[in-house]
Design a protein around this ligand. Structure first.
Ligand SMILES: O=C(O)CCC(=O)C(=O)O
Length: 195
């Protein structure tokens, strides 16, 4: 479904089956411990615990180059198993290859992503596929020209594909809503220039 916005954005509520989405969620928690992967950043010679739970999956080539250091990005892993399957499926959908997947964990509705724009590694043509797992949460696009918001609920196993002009014409947010008590995982695919 194309969203009624002044940019290219497509939403697929059933990109993954219920079983695929549930198995991937379980793998990221049980095998990769994403729910314990609190990002610790270095600033001014001190280590600071952030509110983010984050891990990266990288191609073997990027891991070998240490292109995305752990002190900045959190724990890194090579694509394998269910994450490799997801990468292949996403790449087929958008006919683009990606080098990296960033996984974020939101323990409950107190955790959110404030309005921001994502890094455009290919200018206005940057494609950012974004997969949601777990708790259904509300995502919002805010227009840079008039401040209008368009909101939608992101289903377990859904894909939101942000394409042409999504980052330059809108900011986006995963809204805070303390009524949600379950965990949620978001996975975005990026190219090697992402930092
Ligand atoms: O969790 C989400 O759906 C949004 C994440 C996000 O905005 C980002 O990674 O830039």
């Amino acid at each position: 479904m194309k969203l009624p916005l002044n940019c290219a954005v497509d939403y697929r509520s059933d990109f993954l089956s219920e079983a695929e989405a549930t198995a991937l969620y379980a793998s990221l928690i049980n095998e990769y411990h994403l729910d314990r992967a609190r990002l610790i950043k270095e600033a001014g010679g001190k280590l600071i615990k952030t509110d983010s739970f984050k891990i990266l999956f990288l191609t073997e080539a990027l891991l070998a180059q240490n292109s995305h250091p752990e002190v900045v990005h959190g724990k890194r892993y090579p694509f394998s198993g269910k994450m490799q399957e997801l990468k292949t499926k996403v790449e087929r959908l958008v006919a683009t290859t990606f080098d990296l997947a960033m996984c974020l964990y939101y323990p409950d509705g107190h955790y959110f992503a404030p309005y921001h724009r994502d890094q455009e590694t290919s200018g206005d043509k940057t494609i950012i596929p974004s997969i949601s797992l777990g708790e259904v949460r509300t995502f919002s696009f805010k227009s840079n020209t008039n401040g209008d918001c368009y909101q939608l609920d992101l289903a377990h196993g859904s894909a939101l594909i942000m394409g042409d002009y999504c980052q330059s014409r809108y900011t986006h947010s995963l809204l805070q809503d303390p009524k949600y008590q379950g965990g949620r995982i978001n996975i975005t695919f990026r190219d090697r220039k992402f930092q």
